[in-house]
Design a protein around this ligand. Structure first.
Ligand SMILES: O=P(O)(O)OC[C@H]1O[C@](O)(CO)[C@@H](O)[C@@H]1O
Length: 526
């Protein structure tokens, strides 16, 4: 890449110590100009959103995550005060925990267990991993981010005998998410098994009057933090959802908020070239032909950013992956996002990126500062960090040689400010991209289908238990059991559920194996 081309297509934002290099994307001359009208609309839509319009029309909601880091922008004083008092409440609570004024049965809190899923876990996980220093952190943070019993055992095992000094944060905007409810019940049981009162170690972060809020209020949990309907789950990391755990861990949450506010300021520019979020959205539009034709591979060359691609997966795919546009046309929009970290991925999937299906564009993230403190030489005059950068530069070059597109984001170092910069940068890029493609980025109707189907499977499971118990000693293969249940059309489901029940000896259900797994017969012994 010539120095002139690099200079022409690399955009520096010293206000947020970030640079965006689009020189390896293959943008044709005049492309930015061709998008100015489209961006004028995107900027106008963003202004309206920030001004408090109903930017999520299906759910009739405002979209206010930008107000969280600058409450003066909130459309009225009531919201402004709510935001400010929530931040004050978080800081005051963290202080009480750190001073030992609020403590567990076994003394000052040493650990935090976050129970949540999706936007109620991914942000807190990303922040905890990106900014934590285990030996210095004021609390070690653990997660129940699924309804996997073994996963919960693993987290409890890491906590070990410190449960009596572990603060559980149950996080759910809706307050009714099944996975989180299950995690809460499992945690309650773990505390009870150690003779501990869960309520005296629990905090709720949820919408006012949600099921979770009511449980927390009636049981007298330590504290309740409010979540608002105008903050979406996937953009909630900079309200109580992400800030409580971060503050307890000892992370400077004001620096996080300031970092996001600084990026918000830059990304409000109405000049594409001066706005990194607009440039990013423009790049996505160009690379994917505005239709998600290519996947977004996120390759941060920094271990602390490992969870960024997981965080972005929800932010981008739940926001942009939509069947309909705002006018009701079927558009099946979205951009697939995946990634891990460099240079580790060089020894995994970079082979395919360079030589296989050209169905992606890469975003390499470079962090200039290697570590706090000096590094040893691994070869005369060369450090491990020099190698990390060498691999980034090498992969970038190797991709270009084969006409694989890439964007490079360079940040000065990893700290509260830069992590929040990145979060705010992508939030706004998603917002702009949504206007370019005419979709609602702030709802998630597709998630409901899976939730409903899971509910039916649970109901069918209850019917299977009842039927086998009522016919003790009699064995049924899947078709016979489905017939007995009056649901021959659900034979496959009956088979899958019964197989799982037998594997866990649920309600005394066992199986007699046949020649193949699907020929097994299920029964409750008489
Ligand atoms: O915070 P809640 O309400 O428990 O929801 C968790 C997640 O579930 C979803 O609604 C669907 O996956 C996400 O948007 C959300 O972040």
């Amino acid at each position: 890449m010539s120095w002139d081309t690099f200079k022409a297509l690399t955009f520096d934002f010293p206000e947020v110590s970030l640079s965006l290099d689009l020189s390896r994307l293959g943008l044709p001359e005049g492309y930015v100009d061709s998008q100015r009208d489209a961006f004028a609309k995107a900027f106008a839509a963003m202004d309206e959103l920030e001004g408090g319009s109903i930017a999520n029309p299906d759910e009739g909601r405002m979209v206010g995550h930008y107000w969280l880091r600058n409450a003066d922008l909130a459309p009225n004083d009531e919201l402004k005060n709510t935001i400010n008092s929530s931040v004050a409440q978080i800081k005051a609570f963290a202080e009480k925990v750190h001073s030992g004024e609020v403590k567990g049965a076994n003394g000052a809190f040493t650990d935090v267990l976050v129970i949540g899923i999706g936007g109620s876990a991914l942000g807190p996980q990303f922040i905890a991993h990106a900014l934590g220093v285990p030996s210095e952190d004021k609390a070690q943070v653990h997660f129940f981010d699924n309804t996997d019993p073994d996963g919960m055992d693993l987290a409890l095992n890491a906590i070990g005998d410190r449960l009596g000094s572990t603060l559980s944060l149950v996080i759910s905007k809706s307050g009714g998410t099944a996975e989180t409810r299950n995690g809460m019940l499992e945690a309650q049981k773990a505390y009870a098994d150690m003779g501990l009162d869960f309520a005296k170690h629990a905090v709720a972060i949820t919408g006012v009057d949600s099921k979770l809020d009511k449980v927390a209020a009636s049981e007298g949990w330590l504290e309740r933090f409010e979540m608002w309907d105008w903050v979406g789950g996937r953009t909630s990391v900079l309200c109580a959802v992400g800030l409580v755990a971060a503050a307890l861990q000892g992370i400077d949450i004001q620096a996080l908020l300031d970092g996001a506010a600084a990026m918000d300021k830059v990304t409000r520019s109405k000049e594409i070239e001066k706005n990194p979020a607009a440039l990013l959205a423009l790049s996505w539009f160009f690379a994917t032909n505005g239709k998600g034709e290519k996947d977004m591979v996120i390759l941060p060359y920094k271990d602390r950013l490992l969870l960024f691609s997981r965080y972005l997966q929800q932010l981008i795919m739940e926001s942009l992956g939509k069947e309909f546009d705002l006018e009701g046309n079927v558009v099946n929009q979205g951009i697939a996002v995946y990634g891990n970290k460099g240079s580790t991925d060089q020894h995994a999937y970079v082979q395919q990126l360079r030589e296989g299906v050209p169905n992606f564009f890469a975003t390499l993230i470079e962090v200039l500062k290697d570590r706090h403190g000096p590094s040893i030489d691994v070869e005369p005059g060369v450090t491990a960090g020099d190698y990390l950068q060498g691999f980034l530069l090498g992969t970038r070059e190797a991709l270009s040689e084969k006409d694989r597109q890439s964007i490079t984001i360079t940040v000065a170092e990893i700290n509260e400010g830069s992590v929040a910069n990145l979060i705010a940068l992508y939030e706004r890029a998603v917002g702009y991209y949504a206007t370019l493609t005419g979709i609602n980025a702030y709802h998630q109707p597709g998630v409901e289908a899976g939730k409903k189907a899971a509910g039916s499977a649970i109901d069918l499971g209850k019917a299977i238990v009842e039927t086998l118990e009522a016919n003790k000693g009699e064995s049924f293969d899947a078709p016979a059991l489905a017939e007995k249940l009056g649901k021959p059309e659900s034979t496959e489901l009956v088979y899958k559920i019964a197989l799982h029940m037998a594997a866990n000896a649920k309600a005394g259900i066992s199986k007699i194996d046949g020649a193949a797994w699907h020929e097994a017969k299920f029964l409750v012994l008489a």
